[in-house]
Design a protein around this ligand. Structure first.
Ligand SMILES: Cc1cc2nc3c(=O)[nH]c(=O)nc-3n(C[C@H](O)[C@H](O)[C@H](O)COP(=O)(O)O)c2cc1C
Length: 181
């Protein structure tokens, strides 16, 4: 097993697919990859920081304004240490914020402050995914070098099969290993 030095910063957002972050963390840990999770406020409506922290064996960051243990701001220190930023699942909202330069939470600030590669695994209802603005946002982010994996066709929370399902864990892990510095 390779002992990788730089961590993957895993941003989890407010999607019904947020539970899949736990599987992704477990599989990355099995690959001996250090995972530092960030949960948005909305992600915590779907999964708990305790589960994520336990699986990752690392502190979960949820709050930009929590008093840092060291003097330096949390978002810039995380951004600097990152080997890769993976957002999985990525809701339409975070994609829109990144495409518009909105930095109003810890995850968007970390992404904007980092020099590490960014990999995004969208998950959303097919109508949201096909929305012109979402398509344009994804194209804009691809244009500046952000990588995307999925979504794929699958069973959606709204009760039918269509595009919008988060990519398979194995494929996400494979892409992380390819991009991780
Ligand atoms: C039950 C439920 C499931 C949701 N699933 C998704 C989803 O899969 N994808 C998505 O883009 N938004 C989804 N949303 C809406 C997001 O939670 C909402 O846009 C939120 O503001 C995202 O915030 P974040 O990007 O800061 O995490 C869902 C909302 C609810 C109530």
């Amino acid at each position: 097993m390779t002992n990788r030095k730089k961590p993957v910063i895993l941003g989890v957002t407010g999607s019904i697919a947020a539970y899949r972050a736990c599987d992704i963390i477990s599989k990355l840990r099995k690959e001996n990859i250090d995972v530092r999770p960030i949960l948005t406020k909305e992600a915590m409506e779907f999964i708990t920081p305790l589960s994520v922290q336990t699986l990752a064996r690392n502190k979960v960051v949820t709050d930009m304004f929590a008093l840092p243990e060291e003097w330096d701001p949390v978002h810039t220190s995380i951004a600097q240490e990152a080997g890769l930023i993976l957002i999985a699942p990525a809701a339409a909202n975070i994609i829109g914020k990144l495409a518009s330069g909105i930095c109003d939470d810890i995850l968007s600030c970390v992404v904007f402050a980092t020099k590490a590669p960014v990999l995004i695994a969208p998950a959303m209802n097919e109508g949201m995914y096909r929305h012109k603005i979402v398509r344009e946002n994804i194209a804009k982010l691809k244009d500046i070098g952000y990588k995307f994996i999925g979504p794929i066709k699958g069973y959606l929370a709204c009760g039918h099969e269509d595009i919008g399902h988060i990519a398979r864990t194995e494929d996400i892990v494979k892409e992380v290993k390819r991009l991780l510095r």
